[in-house]
Design a protein around this ligand. Structure first.
Ligand code: PHE
Ligand code: NA
Length: 450
């Protein structure tokens, strides 16, 4: 059972198991699947990245997902306080508060560029709706995207709209709105991904796409690619930030968390692979560059929509659904800090506004990195790449490592076999969070350093 969390944390539970799974899937499925996965696979050489990422999801992602959800169930939604409380008396003690602050700040960094990219999707939904994406050649499509990147005012406007929507949703309470949005719109998004993958397979080069995505090329597995795959496994499952911990705090006691975690990870993985199968046949079929970077889906998909009967409607709907998926993820990015700083009620609303304003301002750096500051390099990377890399590839795996160690070694007493239904599942999970996940992550970090 949930331990005492104080009146400020008192939060109603998700209305059902299905509602919780829907919300967790809503947090997981987002830009990570449809935008980041194809672009990372593209710049990282395909198969080596994809298969490593899948390995991380199974061996590290699912166990850490279970860990975060259980920590939330037993500690409550105020992650900083919860970690400190569960660590009380243990080795390290209050130091674990630091993990809470670290992951919550990472979440803000992620939100800053997440909102900018969601803004691109919103811009594209609008363009598609007014027919601005029809009759596009691959070259014209590249020019359209470059024009958006070159226009800071326009990007700021979309970024602001997205952040405003996030604040509005969080202010109304995460549960009601998200439950409803996710239950209807996520299946629709998945169905559209299937349609797109089938269509792309027909007009593009399906065989080459499959080979690119799934043929392991061992020589491409550099330490950087391994790190990126680990980071992406955490990013896509919403791990290492405390987001799932907050959501876990609202799970009804009757729900089996390990089983739910497997469903969430499976749904998230299916969406990512579908997105890959929708994008890469087009990339190869139309002679586009798989390593184009963050613009990959925005350059590739419009080419398909332009050639497709009814493409304007399908395109507008698809980009709009991406925005919805991004919003249900973005609210999860603000929850951990809002809960930690504001508790519940009026103060939480004030903090939500302040945090969103902070993430919005940091997002401007990402906006400018594509135009005004396009020559600026931080450690050889654009500002956008730098923020995405430091948060996504480094801070997330570090936070995830922290959660694994904390759940396996520190909070072990409060997470019991009862949470797992069977002692064998409990033992397997303990083995994974205590030894396997920390070892694998430590190896990846060391590999990067030497
Ligand atoms: N999992 C989300 C995605 O793939 C991103 C996210 C990360 C959301 C962490 C919340 C917390 O788009
Ligand atoms: Na995801």
């Amino acid at each position: 059972a949930r331990t005492q969390t104080g009146a400020a944390d008192a939060a109603p539970e998700w209305s059902s198991r299905a509602a919780f799974i829907a919300a967790a899937v809503g947090s997981a499925v987002g830009l990570g699947n449809i935008w980041k996965f194809p672009y990372m696979a593209g710049v990282s050489g395909g198969g080596a990245f994809v298969l490593t990422y899948l390995g991380f999801v199974a061996l590290v992602g699912v166990p850490v997902l279970i860990a975060e959800l259980l920590l939330g169930r037993h500690g409550g939604p105020s992650i900083v306080q919860a970690l400190g409380r569960m660590a009380a008396g243990a080795r390290g003690g209050r130091l674990w508060n630091g993990l809470g602050w670290f992951v919550a700040l990472t979440a803000l960094g992620v939100l800053s560029f997440y909102s900018v990219v969601a803004g691109w999707a919103l811009a594209y939904a609008a363009k598609a709706a007014v027919g601005g994406l029809s009759a596009l050649t691959p070259q014209a499509s590249t020019r359209t995207f470059d024009a958006l990147l070159a226009d800071p005012a326009q990007m700021i406007a979309w970024h602001t709209l997205v952040m405003g929507a996030v604040v509005a949703i969080v202010a109304r309470g995460v549960k009601g709105g998200i439950e409803r949005a996710v239950r209807w719109l996520m299946p629709l998004l998945t169905a559209l991904l299937v349609v797109l993958a089938v269509y792309a397979g027909g007009v593009g080069d399906f065989a080459r796409a499959v080979e690119f995505l799934f043929r392991p090329d061992v020589s491409a597995l550099t330490p950087e690619v391994a790190m990126a795959a680990a980071g992406h496994a955490f990013f896509t499952l919403s791990l290492g930030l405390g987001a799932m911990m907050v959501y876990g705090a609202y799970v009804p006691k009757s729900v089996s968390i390990p089983r739910a975690a497997v469903w969430v990870a499976a749904a998230d993985t299916v969406c990512a692979l579908l997105a890959g199968l929708a994008i890469f046949p087009l990339v190869f079929g139309f002679g586009l560059d798989p390593a184009a970077g963050p613009g990959l889906i925005f350059v590739t998909l419009p080419v398909a929509f332009a050639a497709m009967p009814g493409g304007a409607v399908v395109g507008a709907l698809f980009f709009l659904l991406i925005v919805v998926a991004a919003l249900t993820s973005a609210v999860a990015l603000i929850e951990p800090l809002a809960a930690a700083l504001g508790g519940a009620g009026e103060r939480r609303r004030v903090w939500t506004l302040r945090l969103a304003a902070g993430a919005w301002a940091l997002g401007l750096a990402s906006v400018f990195s594509f135009n005004l500051w396009s020559d600026v390099r931080l450690f050889g990377q654009t500002v956008f790449d730098f923020i995405a890399h430091v948060t996504g590839d480094l801070a997330l795996p570090l936070g995830g490592l922290g959660f694994a160690v904390f759940a396996g070694w520190v909070a072990g007493r409060s997470l019991t076999a009862a949470d797992f239904g069977s002692p064998r599942v409990h033992a397997a999970w303990l083995l994974l969070v205590r030894f396997v996940a920390p070892t694998v992550l430590a190896l990846v970090f060391l590999d990067l350093l030497v």
